[in-house]
Design a protein around this ligand. Sequence first.
Ligand code: C2E
Ligand code: MG
Ligand code: MG
Length: 399
Amino acid sequence: MMSVPTHSPNANRLLIADTDTEALRLAAVVAAKLGYAVASASNEAQFCDEVAHFAPTVILIDPQVLGANAFDPLRWLGVRLATATLILTSAQDPIPLTPEEINMAYGLEVSSMLRKPLDEGSLATALTPTLNLSRRISEADLRRAVDRAQLCTHYQPRMRRDADGWSITGVEALLRWNHPEYGLIFPQEFIGVAEEHGLIGALTDFVLQDGIDCVSGWNRAGRRLGLSVNLSPKLFTDVDFADRMSEFLWNHGVAPEQLTLEITESAALNDPSGTLEILSRLRARGIGLALDDFGIGYSSLTQLYKLPFSEVKIDKAIGMEIPQTPAARMIVRAIVDLGHHLGLAVCCEGVESKIALDLLHKCGCDHAQGYFIARPMPAEDLSRWIDAHGGAAALRAAS
Ligand code: C2E
Ligand code: MG
Ligand code: MG
């Protein structure tokens, strides 16, 4: 069971992670003035506990000071898929890692870097934009985003294993919000709001429409790619969904086998009987179904055979750990074997290195997706990216 966060109702929650009592005190005063609820942590145990229970929206952290005894707080946050924005502090000049390096290495968003000693002015400057960041997602904002066409889709290539390497066979559509003031906003910040306020159907229609338009265009250009689209559980109320989907695909010249709908485990668990009926209809029409984010959170092995999935996707938190953690490699092998025994294709997400890709090849994983292959990108860039990688876009495996 996942532990239930008991965080404050304040939408702006700052966790200050440092051992310097003066830094802790000053940051707490400045943040409280700005309207943050504040918690602090001065060791590994407190830090892990506060991240789980206080669920900070922003973390002000000196990773060198907090990391001790082989504990790397940034890696730990990355593996947990923490969504908090980070403000890094350091007494070193220059600060050893850049925000881009941290994003690349751990998938974390760093909004600013502060050199110690901290002062009130620089703390307020760093904490103000992140305050807006966590306040900005309201229902009204999101409605405007839909109406004013501020949504866009990025596509991340997926590769399929063949005898001696990998080739591009499909893409996953990932929703983005191109905010006029704040730039690109990622789905974890707004999918929850959309679900809560009945806007998720409009967002999903947008992603399906854009994705199928793209695939239809690629088909006409002779480039046949599969499309994976994430589906929210809230949409499993309409038994005619499968019929409407088949008709839509047919009208766009896209084969049902080219579409895979991805559902997270928590979603699939909500209403087993209604879900089963809708999923069975989709599979009967040839549309693929993937169980997303497998191996973390609500992992339930029974979902794999009780619901008619065609694919299982190993969560990126496990994929990212392949190079450095023997247990992650064992888990991947076990899921690949299990999936194959159940007749499912297996895709591993979070492939960030050649080592991971080669290991997946060796253990027979069918598909791979991750930053080592490519980051999600706009459709125009995708065509160029595939061309640049040589049409069939193949990556050879290590011999
Ligand atoms: P997901 O479906 O598991 O998508 C994979 C996420 O992992 C994407 O994040 C992708 O950018 C990221 N990712 C891919 N490769 C790597 C890697 O090598 N390393 C790391 N650290 N991350 C990697 P993104 O785009 O922020 O999406 C997050 C989640 O939001 C998605 O997770 C999905 O659950 C949800 N989502 C995205 N688009 C939609 C949508 O249209 N509808 C719904 N309902 N949910 C969506
Ligand atoms: Mg997905
Ligand atoms: Mg996933």
